[in-house]
Design a protein around this ligand. Structure first.
Ligand SMILES: Cc1ncc(COP(=O)(O)O)c(C=O)c1O
Length: 391
């Protein structure tokens, strides 16, 4: 084998952590208050303001955010919930947590988001909700999905795990549906280690999510152990342990302050890839437009074995051999044994998803990449294609 393009492994989705958040975490550690407290409340306020949303509740993952939203939306056994066949397992698992039935719809071949025509075909009298996923940070066709939801009386939940900075005709992702769910997992555009946020529009829903996120108790620990007078908590319903801690919020507060700077850097990297790959036999992702702000969470190419003459698995191995971390978003939902066993889903029924699942590759797109790192990725991709004889 040739010498690798680089000596040091380039970690896929490596987060950028700066002094400000490191100091803020230390401040929490030194304060003696490391659980849910004032920093979590501040992060919720900051996120709410950033999104211009009426209510924001911090939790410990997007999975928790989705689960609580589904409970509060009143979804349960007998209800069908339509979602995309190309997503992370948590989108589907949370539908199952509440006992509802997930129904998959195929995707659009350009955006890789739910195709509204395919969604419409799946609507039955039992359909209660649609979970939209803004794949890679590109917004779904909300106008058409909202029209469908209005016509059939459906709830919309937005899985915004990739979509913190996403906008659709000036509307911010997570504020369009009835619920918006965000992830601050280590590879995401804003990281708190593990973490998530729910946006809602109704005060009673926000209050219930807050209660359910901490055992179903009437007061959170900050109120129980803080400086205010003693208050006895009560459990008002069976809740969960989904609260965010101040150590996580300490990271989030400063990551949020830098959100635009990080986005601009990823956009720069994105356009370097777009230019470098313009004449290669790869399908590149869609750019932002005047109506659409792409969050630039994933940079995904399609690797077509038939056209390039090399299987995708060889490309993935060759990138690793060049010390470049890559990923696949995703092996599609109807290809996982767990769901095949439960629902008998067949990948042939989702032809666009099948193709993307077979061909997609995500290249590194972190604000922490240096210009030299980006050059290495481009050199490796071009070199492997040359070896394959693809151009
Ligand atoms: C589309 C999508 N939904 C949900 C999740 C779950 O997020 P979390 O890890 O914060 O629970 C992820 C995480 O990777 C995701 O990519």
């Amino acid at each position: 084998m040739n010498k690798p393009v680089r000596d040091q492994f380039l970690v896929f989705g490596k987060p950028v952590l700066e002094e400000a958040e490191i100091e803020e975490v230390l401040d929490s550690l030194r304060s003696g208050w490391i659980g849910t407290g004032p920093k979590t409340a501040r992060f919720e306020e900051d996120f709410k303001r950033y999104k211009n949303a009426p209510y924001a509740i911090a939790v410990n993952s997007c999975t928790a955010a989705l689960h609580l939203s589904m409970i509060v939306a009143g979804l349960g056994p007998g209800d069908e919930v339509i979602t995309t066949a190309l997503t992370f397992c948590a989108t589907v698992n949370t539908i199952l947590y509440v006992g509802a039935t997930p129904v998959l719809a195929d995707i659009d071949p350009h955006t890789f988001n739910l195709d509204p025509d395919r969604v419409e075909e799946k609507i039955t009298p039992r359909t209660r909700a649609i979970v939209v996923v803004h794949y890679g940070g590109y917004p779904c066709d909300m106008a058409r999905l909202e029209a469908l939801a209005a016509r059939h009386g459906l709830i919309i939940l937005e899985d915004c795990a990739h979509a913190i900075e996403t906008e659709y005709h000036g509307r911010k992702a997570g504020t369009m549906g009835d619920f918006g769910c965000f992830s601050f997992y280590v590879t995401k555009n804003l990281v708190t280690g593990e973490g998530g946020m729910v946006l809602t529009k109704k005060p009673e829903q926000a209050a219930r999510i807050k209660t359910l996120a901490l055992h179903g108790m009437t007061h959170d620990a900050w109120k129980r152990f803080g400086t205010e007078g003693f208050k006895q908590y009560q459990v008002v319903e069976v809740g969960y342990k989904y609260n965010m801690t101040d150590i996580q919020a300490a990271l989030g507060i400063h990551q949020l302050k830098r959100i635009e700077r990080s986005w601009l850097r990823r956009r720069e990297i994105w356009h370097r890839y777009q230019d470098a790959f313009a004449n290669l036999p790869l399908q590149r992702p869609l750019n932002s437009t005047t109506e659409i702000r792409h969050a630039h969470h994933l940079y995904t190419i399609l690797w077509d074995e038939a056209c390039i003459g090399m299987p995708r698995s060889h490309f993935l191995d060759a990138m690793k051999a060049n010390n470049i971390g890559i990923s696949v978003h995703y092996l599609s939902i109807p290809e996982h044994p767990c769901y095949i066993e439960m629902f008998g889903w067949r990948i042939e029924d989702y032809p666009v998803t099948a193709q993307v699942s077979r061909q997609t590759v995500s290249l590194p797109l972190s604000a922490g990449l240096s210009d030299a790192d980006v050059t290495d990725v481009i050199t490796a991709v071009s070199g492997i294609l040359t070896e394959a004889g693809g151009h």
